[in-house]
Design a protein around this ligand. Structure first.
Ligand code: MF3
Ligand code: CO
Ligand code: CO
Length: 257
C-alpha cells in the first residue's frame, strides 16, 4: 500500500474507459463516416459507461473528442462535413472523466490504404512514444523523455512539434509538469513515484512549426506536411511505470486486425 494507490486505482478506471472508447470506435472509423459521427459515438459510449467527455465545453471546445486528419497536428474539431475518404489518416483523441479522474489517450487510424510515407510516419510516432515510456522510472529526468522521442524521430528525417506538449493529469485535465517531446538527457525535474502524466508526441513529416486556424482550435503544420500523434496516460511506480490507457484488445497501434 503506497500513498498514491488510491489515486492510481482511479487513474486505472479513467484510463480504461478512454481506451475502451477508442477500442469501440475502431470498427466505426472507415470510409464514408463523418468525424461528427465518431464524436457522437464516443460521447454516448463514455456517458453510457458512467463518465463524461472532458473536451466538451472545455475552454469553449464544443465537441466531445478531437479528430485530427492528415496535416492537422491536434485539436481538430469533428464536423458533419468532413467525411473520411480512402488514404486519410486520423488521430482520435479521447479524454474521459470518471469519479473526478481523467484518462487521456489517442491513436492513429488509417482509412483504407494509406501511403508508405504516412505509414512510416505513424509507425515512427508510435515507436517514439513507446521508447519514451519504456525508460520511465523514478530518478530519470523529464528531458530524458524528450531526448528519447526527438533523437528517434529526427534520425528518420521527421520533426517534433514544439507548440504542444504532454501534461500532468489526475483529477484535473491539464496540470504541471509540461512533458516536452524534445530535449536533452539529464535535464529538468526528476520523476518520482506517484506522478501521473501523458506522453503524446506530435511528429511531422516536414518542419515542426504549426499554426492554429480561425476556428481557434485546429492546429495544422505550417508547411502542410503530414502529422501523426499517439497518446498514453501513465503513472510512475516505485521501479518503473504503469500505462493506464493500454487497449485490452491489442488495438494500441494500427493495423487493428
Ligand atoms: N486531449 C487533448 C490532450 O491530449 C486536449 C484536448 S482539449 C480540447 O491534452 F478542448 F481540444 F478537446
Ligand atoms: Co493530453
Ligand atoms: Co488527449
Amino acid at each position: 500500500m503506497t500513498n498514491y494507490s488510491e489515486k492510481f486505482e482511479k487513474m486505472r478506471i479513467a484510463g480504461k474507459l478512454a481506451a475502451r472508447t477508442l477500442d469501440m470506435l475502431t470498427d466505426n472509423i472507415k470510409v464514408g463516416v463523418s468525424t461528427a459521427h465518431i464524436d457522437k459515438l464516443g460521447y454516448e459510449f463514455i456517458r453510457d459507461n458512467g463518465g463524461y467527455s472532458a473536451p466538451l465545453y472545455y475552454r469553449g471546445f464544443n465537441k466531445s473528442l478531437c479528430t485530427s486528419l492528415n496535416h492537422v497536428v491536434c485539436h481538430g474539431i469533428p464536423s458533419e462535413e468532413r467525411i473520411l475518404v480512402e488514404g486519410d489518416a486520423v488521430n482520435v483523441d479521447v479524454t474521459a472523466i470518471i469519479n473526478d479522474y481523467y484518462g487521456d489517450t489517442s491513436r492513429m487510424f488509417c482509412i483504407g490504404d494509406t501511403s508508405v510515407k504516412l505509414n512510416n510516419l505513424i509507425n515512427a510516432t508510435y515507436e517514439s512514444m513507446m521508447r519514451a515510456i519504456k525508460i520511465l522510472k523514478p530518478g530519470i529526468k523529464l528531458g530524458d523523455i524528450g531526448y528519447e522521442i526527438q533523437s528517434y524521430v529526427e534520425d528518420k528525417g521527421f520533426s517534433v512539434v514544439r507548440d504542444f506538449c504532454g501534461h500532468g493529469i489526475s483529477n484535473t485535465f491539464h496540470e504541471p509538469p509540461n512533458i516536452l517531446h524534445y530535449g536533452n538527457k539529464n535535464v529538468g525535474i526528476e520523476l518520482t513515484p506517484g506522478m501521473t502524466f501523458t506522453i503524446e508526441p506530435m511528429i511531422n513529416a516536414g518542419k515542426f512549426s504549426t499554426k492554429v486556424l480561425n476556428d481557434g482550435w485546429t492546429a495544422v503544420t505550417r508547411d502542410k506536411s503530414l502529422s501523426a500523434q499517439f497518446e498514453h496516460t501513465i503513472g510512475i511506480t516505485e521501479n518503473g511505470y504503469e500505462i493506464f490507457t493500454e487497449s485490452a484488445k491489442g488495438y494500441s497501434k494500427p493495423p487493428y486486425l
